[in-house]
Every structure is written in C-alpha cells, then in structure tokens.
Write a protein that binds this ligand. Structure first.
Ligand SMILES: Cc1ncc(COP(=O)(O)O)c(C=O)c1O
Length: 281
C-alpha cells in the first residue's frame, strides 16, 4: 500500500511484525514514544506538507506489556492529519469488544479505523491472520499483497478450526466472561503475593497478558525453568524482545483455566519466587 515517498508513524512498542512490514514497504518510518499522543502529533505535523501518504499504526493490545492502544486519540489524530489509521489486533481478537471483535468495537471506533489486522494464532487458537477494511482495500490486497499472493493457502483443517472458533465466540460469550474473571483473579493474587506485574517501570497491563517483571535476564530464564519443573509454564522473555533490564515471565490467562489450577500455579510461583529471592516478603 505504501512506497518510498510515503510515511509510517508508528508506536515505539509496536510488534516486530509491524516494524518489519514497515521496513519492507520502503516508506519513511517515524516512531513516537509509547502512547505519547503529543509526540505522535509532532511526528504527523513534521510531514504534514509532504505529498506522500501517511499511515498511523498501533498495536490494539501491546504484546509484551498487555496495555491497550489509545485508539480514540489516534483516530482523532489520523483524521486531523489525513492519515490512514491501522490497528494490529493480534491480542485483542477474541478478548476485547463484543464477542471478541477487538479494539475497534471495544472503543466504538466503527468506521474510523481504515485497516484492522489480526492473527488467528492467539485467542482463536489456530493459525493465520486477517485484514478488515473496505471492499476496495481487500480487492487491492488480493492482487498486490505479495506475502499473500506468493505463499500457500491454509489447509482446510486450519480454516475449519478458525470458523469453529468464531462460532464459539458468537455462541458462547460465557467463555470470554470466564477469561476476564480469571484475568482479574490472577492479577489481584499476583499483586498480593508481591510480584511486580507492570505499572511501575513498565506499562500497566489491562488485558489477560500479565507480565511478572523480574529485570535481570538470566534470573528470569532460571525462574522460568524452575517454574516448569514444578508444573507451571511461564515463558521467560528477555532482551532483545523487551528492553535490557525489563526481563519478565509472560503469563496469560485462558478461559479454560480452573480456579484450582490458578491457585496451584500461585502456590508454585510463591514458593519458587521466595526460594530464588524474587519475592522478599
Ligand atoms: C501484535 C502482534 N502482531 C502480529 C503477530 C504475529 O502473529 P502470527 O505469529 O500469528 O503471524 C503477533 C504475534 O506474536 C503479535 O503479538
């Protein structure tokens, strides 16, 4: 959609796939500080008089910290500066909005986001992705999106899995309710145990993605391994996936976790956390 004479204005914590896609487009990339709307506006204003297209892009839910992109303010800016508005809802699909429609629905931004993309590999539980936009945009992509044109389509089993997942989202909203119930419980209990779950030196999570910030990369990876030995899968994430000194265990809730499982996981986190000096209380 964009070329070398165009501009992409991108949040500093946008996902690697956005960064790589932006680079592949050859457009000029202007990065704004995470969710800093004044800085985003500064970047847009700096290219206001340039003839190229402008595209303003954000994650719907930021994948490492779990905070939500400020869609209403970004839509205002996109409209003010005539930019194309795009959101990557990889972690919002199946989680936010009615029946998991994502951030556009969550913020009631219908008609104000030009391109909503997402993956089918997170809450949907399969593989692949989607693009929502006008009929013209989709027809354009059918003919011009090289990764789509020149790669094999999904096998029918994957397509069927995705369709079944969308049916479940429509027909069994109680699953999403359970996801959020688990999420609130998990965040509250982790906080009570004394873990840093974001909001101090990192953005505060607002979604089921709940990081346990440790800081040191090696300690984080060792913690992750010890947890695994005790039956808890908590993936360690360190530099360069997250900034140096902000290593973390990235936990996430699902709709199918039971209270007993969560309580058991909390007990393991507490015991191992104390043993390793991560919890000092
Ligand atoms: C925000 C975001 N966009 C895109 C992707 C890529 O998803 P997939 O691996 O399904 O292509 C991810 C996956 O981690 C993500 O977090």
């Amino acid at each position: 959609m964009l070329g070398k004479d165009d501009f992409i204005i991108s949040d500093a914590l946008n996902h690697a796939s956005i960064i790589d896609g932006a680079r592949l487009s050859k457009a000029k990339i202007l990065v704004f500080r995470h969710k800093d709307m004044a800085h985003a506006e500064e970047q847009l204003a700096s290219v206001k008089n340039e003839p190229g297209k402008k595209l303003l892009i954000t994650d719907g839910v930021f994948s490492m910290d779990g905070d939500i992109g400020p869609l209403p303010a970004l839509c205002d800016l996109a409209e003010k500066y005539g930019a194309i508005m795009m959101v990557d809802d990889a972690h919002a699909s199946g989680v936010l909005g009615r029946n998991g429609r994502g951030t556009v629905d969550h913020f009631k931004m219908h008609g104000r986001v030009d391109i909503q993309v997402g993956t089918l590999s997170k809450a949907i539980g399969a593989l692949g992705g989607y693009v929502c936009g006008t009929r013209d945009l989709i027809d354009f992509l059918y003919h011009r999106a090289r990764p789509f044109l020149f790669s094999t389509s999904h096998p029918p089993s994957v397509a069927a899995t995705c369709i079944a997942a969308f049916d479940l989202l429509e027909q069994e909203p109680e699953r999403m309710e359970k996801l959020w119930e688990n999420t609130h419980f998990w965040k509250k209990e982790l906080g009570l145990l004394g873990f840093d779950i974001g909001g101090k030196t990192t953005p505060a999570s607002e979604t089921p993605i709940t990081p346990i910030i440790i800081g040191d990369g090696k300690l984080t990876m060792d913690f992750s391994q010890e947890l695994f030995k005790e039956g808890v899968l908590g993936t360690g994430i360190a530099f360069p996936t997250v900034p140096e000194g902000k290593a973390r265990i990235r936990t996430i809730m699902t709709a199918t976790h039971t209270k007993e499982e969560l309580e058991k996981a909390l007990e393991v986190l507490k015991t191992v956390g104390r043993r390793m000096g991560i919890l000092t209380n």
